[in-house]
Design a protein around this ligand. Structure first.
Ligand code: GRG
Length: 301
């Protein structure tokens, strides 16, 4: 296959998965016509028709690597995307980042109200676990229980929510590089890692293969954040679909404030290389994961 053809293939692969996944999400979320209508409408507003869907795509690529049933991978991916959407809704609220724009539209609390946004986050989070409990994702029930535990750990105080707590406590604080890394391994990285491992768990990956993929997830999760920090300084609000330049305005420590743009970009490149290396043993079958790692590092939004 020529190099020139690869991006097109990846685009088709992405478009096919995202089109199917949008329909799945629409069916998994409660209809806006069902009471309480306003809450359900707000949940759909927060989840549907927006976002890059990086975590679901990583889950699909990992699931494909192990020949998993895509209907199972859809549920695993949805559970992660619902947690992610909940975190964005809560993160945008006045008690946290207090932002008005997300995914190119008014944030949930602006479009609805604060109490509704709080309940949207709560309801999306519980729906995520309901899905993992309700649908058969692996023929081995013990594996499925591991999946529930993984998402809970990745989302909670030892994962994303804990990372957010460190973030909130770090405003105006000069963090060291290891401290910044610890924050992002939790806040951003934990859910990205979980997406990949949950996708693989829909198939029959061995513990050694899961560990390998988890390392890939750790590298791309951190790379995702380093690139996010660079884009926050270099891209504009219209391109990002969220307020640009917010980190500096809020006096938050970032890879750019700590290292400068050039060294931050170099760090992303190094993480990219480490991520690709951790896929070596999977050979050509891991091509989609490689392409997603490329996208994460080279993205412009
Ligand atoms: C409120 C418990 C709680 C956690 C919030 C994820 C998070 C923790 C906050 C989001 C704020 C932020 C800008 C985090 C940095 C990187 C990140 C997770 C960006 C948003 O993810 P994308 O770019 O968003 O994948 P889309 O909209 O494309 O899905």
């Amino acid at each position: 296959m020529s190099l020139a053809k690869q991006p097109l293939d990846f685009q088709h692969w992405t478009a096919a998965h995202l089109s199917r996944f949008e329909t799945v999400l629409g069916e998994l979320l409660p209809a806006a016509s069902i009471a309480p209508q306003r809450l359900h409408a707000a949940m759909r507003y927060a989840v549907l028709d927006g976002g890059k869907r990086v975590r679901p795509l990583l889950a699909f690529a990992a699931a494909e690597l192990f020949g998993a049933d895509m209907a199972r991978a859809d549920i695993a991916a949805a559970s992660v995307e619902l947690i992610h959407a909940y975190s964005l809704v809560h993160d945008d609220m006045p008690c946290m980042d207090d932002d008005v724009l997300r995914r190119g539209k008014p944030t949930c609390h602006v479009q609805y109200d604060e109490a509704t946004a709080l309940l949207v986050g709560d309801s999306l989070q519980t729906l995520a676990f309901q899905l993992l409990a309700e649908h058969r994702l692996n023929d081995d029930a013990a594996r499925q229980l591991d999946m529930l535990k993984l998402l809970a750990q990745a989302s909670g105080s030892r994962g994303m929510a804990g990372g957010q707590a460190i973030d909130l406590a770090s405003v105006g604080v000069a963090l060291s590089l290891p401290e910044l890394e610890l924050m992002h391994i939790h806040k951003t990285g934990a859910l990205i890692r979980a997406a990949i491992v949950l996708g693989a768990q829909c198939g029959n990956a061995t513990p050694a293969q899961l560990a390998q993929l988890d390392h890939f997830g750790k590298c791309v999760g951190l790379a995702f954040q380093v690139v996010d920090d660079v884009l926050d300084t270099e891209a504009d609000t219209a391109t990002l679909g969220k307020t640009a330049g917010k980190d500096a305005d809020h006096d938050k420590p970032t890879y750019v404030s700590l290292l400068g743009v050039k060294a931050a970009r170099e760090m992303a490149q190094q993480l990219h290389q480490d991520a690709l290396k951790s896929l070596d043993e999977f050979g050509a079958a891991a091509q989609r994961l490689r392409e997603l790692a490329d996208f994460i590092v080279l993205r412009k939004f």
